[in-house]
Design a protein around this ligand. Structure first.
Ligand SMILES: [Zn+2]
Length: 482
């Protein structure tokens, strides 16, 4: 499977080793200060630039590099024990299983396109120099969507929800431009509307989980950086302490993946489409004469028939033809017969195209924290607030009794228990220290709302609710919270 997907042959980074301290580095990372986009360079170009710039080793500071070599990024291992063990690899992405199980997915979707399949899980890459904390990991979490489409049918996406949102687009190495996703599609900046649709969905998702829209942009892969089969590819890049980092990739992969697995396994990975009107086709060619060819070719008869039926009508016999296996066979006039007829065709089998949004979960989480973290000062003291979005904050409420006496503690505990009993709600009960201190602890871990039970609560069953970001407090009825 990983051979068919190209991972065994082509999934590499270019590395060079410091001849002084033996530290391996990615050649493109070393050249980042001297080139706008070294990731797009070929091995030879990297070698030329490396020799010319001769950067310092990030480990020991020397300037002596080995020749640039390709290093496959997959972890290899042995599946099974002892001599029965077979070589294998940890998966470098989650996508491939969704291609090989395409027939089951298609049936599950009642043989209709478009549809999507999502897989979430771990991926493993033997990164040459895993620096930058959570940004470049050897074991990471990813979520991939394979969205299968019929290329013969126009897609019907509704872009009206994004009609007032200017997206920051860096198209094909040009200056940043601002336009709506519809304008980007109309001007062919985004080359496929399904790619545009997932860019818009990705934008919504990232904002929802707390990414600052001012620090989010979409960058198109330049043609020399794009995989050869891809027709368009955009990265959602988020700006944080490490600069602009690609966190989501949205690629139009054409029919590449399904076709590659079809070739490797011989199994059909196609969908059926019916023509709007049946087509009448003239068939003029050759087929086998079963009575004579069967005994003559025996086990090879099927392969010979397939090869003969591909021959043009003007072929003459005897003729030496080549089978799929490469074997050559002489076919005599008595083995074949002319085939001329008309046929009505109502549809055809085709290989669907696929648009793949792939999310780097760890990178997104890291940037959620980066954008939410605020270090401010309050009354001269350092004060930390984590402004997490309500959608991702791990704790939804902190419940405080003003004092643990006169029944305030009991009422607060009962409110806390009711909140914890609600689906997907997490509450923390905190009664120690001053209210100010408790607010500070809640702000530090990103709790959106704090609820305080005070003397008035005992009388009218209301509490104060404090908003983390504005500090505003309101009285609300307990009944409305639970
Ligand atoms: Zn070194």
């Amino acid at each position: 499977m990983l051979e068919a997907s190209g991972h065994v042959g082509e999934f590499s980074d270019f590395m060079t080793v410091c001849t002084k301290c033996d530290e391996a580095s990615r050649a493109d990372s070393l050249l980042e200060p001297s080139h706008p986009n070294p990731d797009a360079l070929s091995k030879a170009e990297l070698q030329t630039l490396l020799t010319q710039i001769n950067p310092e080793c990030p480990n020991c500071g020397e300037q002596a590099w080995s020749e640039v070599t390709a290093q496959n990024l997959m972890f290899n291992t042995t599946i099974g024990a002892g001599s029965s063990g077979r070589p294998g690899f940890l998966r470098p992405e989650t996508a491939q299983g969704m291609f090989t199980s395409f027939p089951a997915l298609l049936r599950h979707n009642r043989d209709r396109l478009p549809f999507g399949a999502i897989q979430v899980g771990k991926g493993y890459r033997n990164e040459i120099s895993p620096r930058q904390g959570m940004i470049r990991l050897r074991e990471f979490n990813m979520a991939e969507l394979e969205y299968f489409i019929n290329p013969h049918e126009p897609s019907k996406h509704d872009f009206s929800p994004w009609s007032a949102i200017p997206f920051r687009l860096v198209a094909d190495g040009k200056e940043e431009q601002h336009m709506t996703i519809q304008e980007a599609i109309d001007s062919n900046t985004v080359r496929h509307d399904t790619v545009g649709y997932f860019m818009a969905q990705t934008y919504d998702f990232l904002l929802k989980v707390g990414i600052d829209p001012e620090r989010l942009r979409f960058r198109q892969h330049e043609s020399d950086e794009m995989a050869h089969y891809a027709t368009d590819c955009w990265d959602a890049e988020i700006h944080g302490s490490y600069g602009w980092i690609e966190c989501v990739g949205i690629a139009h992969r054409g029919c590449y993946d399904l076709e590659a697995h079809e070739k490797a396994t011989g199994k059909t990975l196609r969908a059926r489409r019916e023509f709007s009107e049946p087509k009448v086709v003239e068939i003029d060619g050759w087929t086998m004469n079963g009575a004579t060819a069967g005994p003559a070719f025996r086990a090879l008869a099927g392969a010979v028939k397939k090869a003969v039926e591909l021959l043009p009508a003007e072929s003459t016999f005897p003729s030496v033809i080549q089978l799929d296996s490469g074997e050559e066979i002489e076919v005599l006039p008595e083995h074949v017969k002319r085939l001329q007829r008309t046929e009505t065709i109502t549809g055809e089998w085709y290989i669907p195209h696929v648009v793949e949004p792939a999310f780097g979960i760890d990178r997104i989480i890291w940037h959620i924290l980066d954008h939410a973290y605020d270090d401010e000062s309050k009354d001269g003291d350092a004060y930390t607030v984590l402004r997490l979005s309500n959608h991702v904050a791990p704790v939804d409420y902190c419940v405080f009794p003003l004092f643990e006496k006169d029944g305030m503690g009991e009422l607060a505990r009962s409110l806390h228990r009711s909140l914890c009993g609600k689906p997907n709600v997490v509450s923390i009960y905190d009664s120690s220290g001053s209210i100010g201190r408790r607010y500070a602890r809640a702000d530090e871990i990103g709790v959106p709302h704090c609820l305080t039970v005070d003397h008035q609560s005992l009388e009218d069953q209301t509490v104060t609710i404090r908003d983390r970001d504005t500090g505003e407090q309101q009285r609300v009825a307990i009944i409305d919270l639970v």
